[in-house]
Ligand binder design. Structure first.
Ligand SMILES: [Cu+2]
Length: 187
C-alpha cells in the first residue's frame, strides 16, 4: 500500500514538474553546473518605491488660494501628487456661492466628484445655462480631455478632482483667462 501511494505521489510530482517546465518562459536558461538556481523573491518594497500610502484625514486638508488660472475666490487643497508633473493627482476646490468658470478645457481626463454644495456643469464653447446639468453632493463626472465645458455653483461648493497629470486649464476665449486680466498680479 505504501509503495502505491509513493508511486502516485512521484507520478503527480513528475506531472506537476513537467507542467511547470512547459509553462516556464522560453528565455529561462538551464542551470549550467547543476547548482540550484537562486531567484530572489519579489519584494513588496518594489511596489512601495513607486507610491507611498497616502492618507488625508479631514482635519489634515490644507486649503490655500487657488492658482491664478482660476477666477478669484477659489481655494485649493492638493491631496495627492503634483499637478504640474506626470502621474496621479487628487485635489479639492472650494468655491463660494455663484462662482463661475467660463468655457475651458483640460489636457487630461477630468474626474470630478461633488463633496459639498451644488455644482452646475455645461458642455460647449459658449456660456449657456440652459444646457447645463445639476450635480448634487455625491455626483461624479469623468470628462474626456479637451472637452469644452463651463461651470458654476449654488451655495459654497467643494469638488474633488483626480486624474493623471500634468494638469492645466485653457480658456476657450483667452479674454476669460484670469491670467490675462490686466489686473492680474505676478505674485
Ligand atoms: Cu473644468
Amino acid at each position: 500500500m505504501k509503495r502505491i501511494i509513493a508511486s502516485i505521489v512521484v507520478t503527480a510530482f513528475a506531472w506537476a514538474a513537467a507542467a511547470f517546465a512547459s509553462d516556464a518562459p522560453p528565455t529561462t536558461a538551464p542551470a549550467k553546473s547543476g547548482a540550484p538556481q537562486t531567484t530572489a523573491p519579489q519584494k513588496p518594497e518594489v511596489v512601495a518605491e513607486h507610491m507611498d500610502h497616502i492618507t488625508v484625514m479631514p482635519a489634515d486638508v490644507k486649503w490655500q488660494d487657488a492658482p491664478p488660472s482660476l477666477p478669484k475666490g477659489a481655494k485649493i487643497a492638493v491631496l495627492e501628487g503634483n499637478l504640474t508633473a506626470p502621474g496621479p493627482f487628487t485635489f479639492r476646490v472650494r468655491v463660494p456661492d455663484g462662482y463661475k468658470v467660463p468655457p475651458h478645457w483640460h489636457p487630461a481626463v477630468e474626474h470630478m466628484t461633488v463633496l459639498q454644495g451644488m455644482f452646475y456643469l455645461g458642455m460647449g464653447d459658449k456660456w449657456d445655462e440652459t444646457v447645463a446639468k445639476e450635480y448634487p453632493v455625491g455626483s461624479f463626472s469623468a470628462m474626456p480631455q479637451g472637452m469644452h465645458h463651463f461651470a458654476w455653483t449654488k451655495g459654497e461648493t467643494v469638488i474633488q478632482v483626480h486624474g493623471m497629470g500634468p494638469w492645466g486649464i485653457t480658456y476657450v476665449n483667452p479674454s476669460d483667462d484670469p491670467r490675462n486680466a490686466p489686473s492680474a498680479s505676478k505674485q
